[in-house]
Design a protein around this ligand. Structure first.
Ligand SMILES: CC(=O)SCCNC(=O)CCNC(=O)[C@H](O)C(C)(C)COP(=O)(O)OP(=O)(O)OC[C@H]1O[C@@H](n2cnc3c(N)ncnc32)[C@H](O)[C@@H]1OP(=O)(O)O
Ligand SMILES: CC(C)C(=O)C(=O)O
Ligand SMILES: [Mg+2]
Length: 537
């Protein structure tokens, strides 16, 4: 075994500032261990570039002994990435360590990461080794790695379930053998924050040579506590945190990089530490990892989920419009999310509605807004989200001046392959009387038109009938536009209406055109009237 190379004496802030927390990203190694998340060389390189751009201190690029492909990927990352340390994982044996070194040796800043489980469960059942053999093997592995590389990390796998005295012994021996970072994995996500923090604090108090190494956290999310445990580790003195983008990783995943970084940044007042992460690149990097791995980010995921900066409740939206900090503790632009999203839905209020229609260029009186608000709530009860296009339809409906002489109150249709299409309509006449009638037709829409004709007595030929989706999603609104020609054939009247139910939209559009005809008749006018839905149409 050759003499140990010098420990890396980098002038990075991470090496000199006691309050700087190093971000060790293992998206390409532990993250890739998520079932179905394997990445090829080109994909790993792309993610590695994003990680370097993000400013992570260490990129764990893979486990070189795992496969020729992983070896090549780690080598490619090592050959290209500058700035960040590039690390390869190795079991505690000569072959793994040699292979890891072969893969990372051309990196500007290489690291070998050696691991060996220390808990009783792993010692007895998996490794079948005694505590003394574990210490001996760990020391040999670290020494071999240090003979090759100045920067060596040692992980006592399943540390959080390891007897604390034995853990202290192994950590001390690994540092003595040359480990420059000692990583304390909660491999199975079993720890709780105060317990994990206590482990880190105990190591820093009881291991005599601990000052020669950086203490690192590596927490899994089996009980949903990976980030909380990591932060407890930082509070207890850890100055490297191992994490992955979007929290991907073995089983329930690893601690999420974006959550740790933003917790440390947002609560700098509490933690008093910094990282070197360019946080405005978090969202793009998260999107990239999600696209490449195919692991979808849940909507309500902290920091990078689609809802992380979205507000639907009226009270929150009102607060946001008055002062952003009422309901947001971070600015979306600080994590690379384009902007806060005030989603209009069933829980929204008048402030948000007025703000949105103003943004869309409409100026409504208080009375118009009130009417719009009622229609909006009725629509929001049917639709999950009310889009700008939906609003435009509702607003225009109230800006039009076609009076609702005839108002549709209720509608019922039956249709099917072996039935006569039938429609029953209930309509309020201009004199206020409610009339019901029914008709059969070639289809349910034709039956509706005939029933409306029977009630209103307005005879016209349907000249044009167009249905189109005007909004997004399965619950999109359909808009019906139609044109009626009155019997003389020299005048046409258009009607338009929108609804989530196109049968209803057809009835409303037809009645709307009938109202336009009625308006002309009442005024004795002979010009064409373009009818759009009037109030109640
Ligand atoms: C907590 C973690 O995330 S650890 C990293 C987990 N990641 C992976 O396992 C992904 C990559 N792994 C692989 O491709 C394969 O498991 C390989 C190539 C590493 C090994 O494959 P194989 O040689 O066929 O062994 P296999 O995976 O079936 O079993 C693991 C062997 O390593 C031993 N082992 C496990 N951890 C260590 C360690 N840290 N140091 C030394 N030996 C170890 C096991 O005891 C077992 O040895 P045995 O064959 O004497 O019983
Ligand atoms: C290899 C080690 C660090 C690991 O991933 C774990 O223990 O979870
Ligand atoms: Mg792990």
């Amino acid at each position: 075994m050759s003499a140990q190379p010098e420990t890396t004496s980098d002038a990075e802030p991470a090496a000199t500032d006691p309050n700087r927390v190093r971000i060790f990203d293992t998206t390409l190694r532990d993250g890739e261990q998520s079932p179905g998340a394997s990445m090829n060389l080109a994909e790993k390189l792309e993610v590695a570039r994003a990680l370097a751009g993000l400013g992570v201190d260490v990129i764990e690029a893979g486990f070189p002994i795992a496969s020729p492909g992983d070896f090549e990927a780690v080598r490619a990352v090592a050959g290209e990435i500058t700035g960040s340390i590039v690390c390869g994982l190795a079991r505690c044996n000569d072959k793994d360590i040699a292979r890891a070194w072969e893969a990372v040796k051309f990196a500007q800043r290489p690291r070998i990461h050696v691991f060996l489980a220390t808990s009783a469960i792993h010692r007895e059942h998996k490794l079948r080794m005694t505590p003394a053999q574990i210490v001996e093997r760990a020391v040999a592995g670290v020494k071999l790695a240090r003979s090759l590389c100045a920067d060596v990390e040692f992980s006592p796998e399943d540390a959080a379930r390891t007897e604390i005295d034995f853990l202290c012994e192994v950590v001390e021996a690994a540092i003595e053998a040359g480990a420059t970072t000692v990583n304390i994995p909660d491999t199975v996500g079993y720890a709780t924050p105060s317990q994990y923090g206590k482990v880190i604090r105990t190591l820093s108090e009881r291991v005599p040579n601990i000052g020669r190494a950086v203490i690192s956290t590596h927490c899994h999310d089996d009980l949903g506590m990976a980030v909380a445990n990591t932060l407890a580790g930082v509070e207890a003195g850890a100055r490297q945190v191992e994490c992955t983008l979007n929290g991907i990783g073995e089983r329930a995943g690893n601690a999420a990089l974006e959550e740790i970084v933003m917790a440390l940044k947002t609560r700098q007042d509490y933690y008093g530490v910094t990282t070197g992460i360019r946080t405005e690149r978090l969202y793009p990097a998260s999107r990239m990892v999600s696209t490449i791995t195919g692991l979808v980010v849940q909507r309500n995921k902290a920091i990078v989920g689609r809802n992380a900066f979205a507000h639907e409740s009226g009270i929150h939206q009102d607060g946001m419009l008055k002062e952003r900090s009422t309901y947001e503790i971070m600015r979306p632009e600080d994590v690379g999310v384009p902007k806060t999203d005030l989603v209009l839905g069933k829980h929204s209020g008048r402030h948000a509605l007025r703000d949105r229609v103003n943004e869309m260029g409409y100026r409504l009186t208080d009375e118009q807004l009130e009417i719009l608000f009622n229609d909006f709530k009725a629509l929001a009860d049917k639709k999950k989200e009310v889009y700008d296009e939906d609003l435009a339809v509702l607003v225009e409906k109230h800006l039009e001046d076609v009076p609702a002489h005839w108002q549709l109150l209720a509608l019922h249709t039956t249709a099917g392959t072996s039935l006569l299409p039938t429609a029953t309509v209930s309509i309020r006449r201009p004199d206020g009387e409610v009339v019901q009638d029914a008709a059969i037709g070639d289809g349910p829409v034709d039956a509706i038109f005939k029933a409306v004709e029977r009630v209103t007595g307005v005879r016209a030929n349907l000249h044009e009938f167009v249905v189109r989706g005007v909004t997004q999603g399965k619950d999109a609104q359909g808009e019906v536009t139609l044109e009626l020609e009155v019997e003389s054939g020299d005048r046409s009247f258009r009607g338009r209406a929108a609804s989530t139910d196109i049968i209803e939209a057809s009835a409303l559009a037809y009645l709307n055109a009938v109202n336009a005809i009625q308006t002309v008749r009442d005024r004795g006018q002979v010009r064409e009237v373009v009818g759009r839905p009037g109030a109640g149409a």
